[in-house]
Design a protein around this ligand. Structure first.
Ligand code: GAL
Length: 418
């Protein structure tokens, strides 16, 4: 049956069950998101089923494209046409931009009754609240400075977990020399930028990362350390296969899963793919922080921004927000998604080894002042700046500039974008 058919029959059933006029239509949420890979869809299903068990229908509005750029373009068109979805998967500064435009709903009543202020960490509230109002419900915390490695290949070649940049390069050389693809990568701007998050952190540590991507300090953006970061990107470029251009991130994950490639640099949504394929951490695959970034976490948090909708859709919207914030849901969802809960009071009991590690490291980085928003995933600077950085990083990765020129271009691009 078509989606329309399903929706129609659900509404008819509701009408048959509930007497009354138009106000008696089935409760339903329309949700725009970019969770279309196997692991992502499996996680989203946890939410759909949770809502359906509460009698709330789910109208799916998927827009494929990792990182969500395409989804944000579709959203703009929908809102411009006066037809905003009920809720939209969104990252960091984008949420604040929509709040600034006055497009988002006020969730304060629900947030107060469920104590969101005390269970959601400040780093997420900074994006989930605007002018004192809760406007979105954070579903998780991902982080971008992870490596996902094929354990069989590592064992076969006698490679130990690399802890420094030099050890990483030595490991990649060994993998490549053995005839495997060393780095499974998809040449898309957001994926290049995801690696760049980790590389910048590995070159200059937290102070440099913050100065460059959060403070947008021209000295950091254009200095010697940034040139070195671009040189490291060139080194990594030497370890990808010739078909990397345009490849989706989950297909790159599949190369590691299938034993064709040694490792992937990617946020922990990649773990969702490994789990979906039936693989087990520490047994089939390894998860460790990008060498040289230990102790630091570059995070992004998927949130569902709630749009101002008419009163007839408001109840279902509040139910959606409440479901997302429930501790049991935060555990069930994030176990599948690869991320960790957005609440600080959720037990790690149901999480696998990588999840437990992720939760511990997130808390430790937060306590040590070493938790920073991911540039690549919209948590360090607004979209205009993020996109300007994307352009330079990708142009350089594809050989348009040398490292020193790229650092200069970065200063100019960021300046022009502000
Ligand atoms: C990120 C998002 C993740 C994951 C990834 C790839 O921006 O936070 O949940 O979906 O994109 O699509």
């Amino acid at each position: 049956m078509t989606r329309f058919g399903l929706k129609l029959s659900a509404s008819l059933v509701a009408l048959a069950l509930v007497a009354g006029g138009p106000a008696a239509a089935a409760e339903e949420v329309e949700v725009l998101h970019w969770w279309t890979s196997g692991g992502e869809a499996a996680a989203l299903n946890v939410l759909k089923e949770d809502l359906e068990s509460k009698g709330v229908g789910w109208q799916d509005m998927p827009v494929a494209g990792g990182g969500g750029e395409q989804a944000m373009t579709v959203l703009r068109a929908r809102v411009t046409a006066g037809n905003a979805p009920t809720a939209v998967q969104m990252l960091g500064f984008d949420i604040q931009d929509w709040a600034q435009e006055g497009a988002l709903a006020d969730l304060n009543e629900l947030a107060a009754s469920e104590n969101w202020d005390t269970v959601v960490p400040a780093a997420l509230q900074r994006f989930a609240k605007h002018d004192g109002k809760w406007i979105s419900a954070p579903v998780n915390v991902h982080s971008t400075n992870w490596v996902w490695a094929n354990k069989k290949i590592f064992d076969e070649l006698g490679i130990a977990q690399p802890n420094t940049w030099d050890e990483l390069v030595a490991a990649l050389t060994k993998i490549q020399d053995a005839g495997y693809v060393a780095v499974a990568h998809g040449g898309q701007a957001w994926q290049d930028a995801t690696i760049f998050d980790a590389v910048v952190m590995s070159v200059g540590g937290p102070d440099f990362y913050k100065a460059a991507f959060i403070d947008l300090d021209p000295d950091a953006l254009g200095g010697a350390q940034m040139t070195e970061a671009f040189q490291r990107m060139e080194t990594l470029r030497g370890f990808v296969d010739e078909n990397f251009s345009g490849r989706d991130w989950n297909l790159a994950s599949a190369m590691v899963i299938e034993g064709k490639a040694g490792l992937q640099f990617m946020g922990d949504w990649a773990k969702g793919e490994f789990l979906k394929a039936g693989l087990t951490p520490d047994q089939d695959f390894l998860c460790f922080r990008f060498p040289g970034t230990d102790g630091t976490v570059t995070f992004n948090s998927d949130q569902f921004a709630m749009f101002s909708v008419g009163t007839e859709r408001r109840d279902a919207q509040v139910k959606l927000a409440s479901s997302i914030m429930a501790p049991s849901f935060q555990s069930a969802f994030n176990v599948v998604k690869g991320s960790v809960p957005a609440r600080t009071d959720v037990s790690d009991a149901d999480f696998d080894a990588c999840g437990k590690k992720g939760m511990k490291q997130l808390a430790a980085a937060n306590d040590a002042g070493k938790l920073f928003g991911s540039m690549a995933h919209g948590h360090a600077a607004p979209a205009s700046v993020k996109n300007a950085i994307y352009d330079v990083v990708t142009a350089h990765f594809n050989g348009e500039f040398d490292a020193a020129t790229a650092a200069e271009e970065l200063v100019n691009a960021v300046d022009a974008a502000q």
